[in-house]
Design a protein around this ligand. Sequence first.
Ligand code: ADP
Length: 595
Amino acid sequence: MLNPFKSKTWTDPDGTVQLIKRLFSENFRTYIPQYLLAFVFMAMIAATTAASAWIMRDVVNEVFVNKDSTMVYLIAITVLLIFSLKGASTYGQMVVLARVGNSIVADLQRRMFDHLIRQDQTYYDRLSLAEINVRVGQGVNAARTTLDLVIVTLGRDILTLIGLTFVMVYQNPLLSLFALITMPPAVIGVAFLVRRVKEYAKRQVVSTAKIGAAMQESVLGVKTVKAFGMEPIMRKRMEVGVLEVQKQSNKIASLSARTSPLMDTLGGFAIALVIFYGGYSVINLGQDPGALFSFITALLLAYDPARRLARLNVNLGKQIVGLRLMYELVDSEPVMQDKENAGDLQIRGGKIEYRDVAFSYGESAALRGASFVAQPGRMTALVGASGAGKSTVFSLIERLYDPDSGDILIDDLSITSCKISSLRDNIGYVSQDAYLFNVSIRDNIVVGKPDASIEEIEEAAKAANAHDFIMALPEGYNTRAGEGGNNLSGGQRQRISIARAMLRDAPILLLDEATSALDAESESKIQSALETLMDGRTTLVIAHRLSTVRHAHQIHVMDQGKVIESGTHQELFDHDGIYRRLCELQFQNRDEAAE
Ligand code: ADP
């Protein structure tokens, strides 16, 4: 039976304690020696603070009441010692905790990146870069702040309070009771504030992601933004997020700050009460003035750690959202996993077969029972209007997604039966607009085969008709490609991408032909490079040009997620179907362009 007192939802509706416990259980053990050391420092801080209150009794009684001059020196030196020791311990504690904190942050960043890089395409379809940034950035910060808050408050502040309470109770037990009565209203008031802070912290994260998204899109799409004069629109989008964050931050600040008047008033009340009653008993009942002074000092010193302790929950409340976002990210496992008995893909010829494959991106169907075969070692073209499902066919072969129904086979074996990594090792991919990383051209090509020698890289570049233009660049193969390959032209980028695929030397090739018009020279160079690349490989081409299609061993025409016609160029042209209309459209466009 479910025990409500053990259930997380009962004890901790929003999982705050659970999350903090997890943060500690994952990180505490590795750093036990450091934490112990920090604890020793904190105990020293607590002891010296208590001692500084304790000594006030002698300051008053020996110096002011008894006027004992030898004691003056002794007390002065002791005070100096106490405060120096406190300073040194605070230094030690701060340094040790900062080092541990930095190490935990570094570790969390590694873990989060590891998770991100393992995720499937589906994951990135759902999350924007800005959201990921917020999760990583805020998550790490939240983890660090939480660790610091919990350790410093629970360690140093509680120890200090214990030390000071000991001094207070020793000097005057009755007055200690007076000071205690202010506790319950403080706790109740703070609990109320915590709930509201958490609420606003949650909203703030969402708005921060909005700002991130607007920034990111403005930067990535800077050319379009400029060309269409979209600056005001982007500014407006940004403004929405900025205003929201500003509003929520103000709200959080004012809620957090409300703990101050609350605590100050209650603290003032406690101190006033003590002075009133304490003063009365010293003046009228002849009690020890030193003891009262020591008591008041301890009470004043206790005020700060007590306030921090009361605010702990409010401050943790601000961090919980970030912590939860981080753990959500760390916990999400890739959907696409290798089957238990999956082996390496053994390519015999490299025949690709689509059998009645259906697939949808969420609600929208992209493939609705597509079937076709790409013969081993030959070139097969996919043609069809935009949105017909051609790119999706590629994504499914690479297992960026798995079909909803139907099967994809390579050499008559389902691609789900082999390891995803070995499947991808056997596939070369040349995209329309190759993504280049902002590293050297050499490092961009070597992606195809990480252990390739310089000779192999140059050979691949030569076969891709890229060597000559690379050598003409200021730093040859060491030239940086710029962000996203911006330093190179579209045609050059494509040849780099062909060189990558050459180097990979995979038996299956997926080729997404460029739609954008290239100059005649680039086009002929790319064409001849592609012919070298395709030779002897099972090649599936998303074809936009008749020149490519004509050479294809077989053409599959796609429409609304299905293959509706298959054959050679001549067969399909004679058939007088969609393919013929696509051809005629292309001729017509060309004629118009020529006019
Ligand atoms: P093609 O390559 O023939 O232009 P696609 O395979 O890109 O066609 O797209 C097929 C359909 O799937 C289209 O309706 C398109 O809008 C949709 N689609 C493609 N990619 C995604 C995606 N990541 N999320 C949602 N829908 C998508």
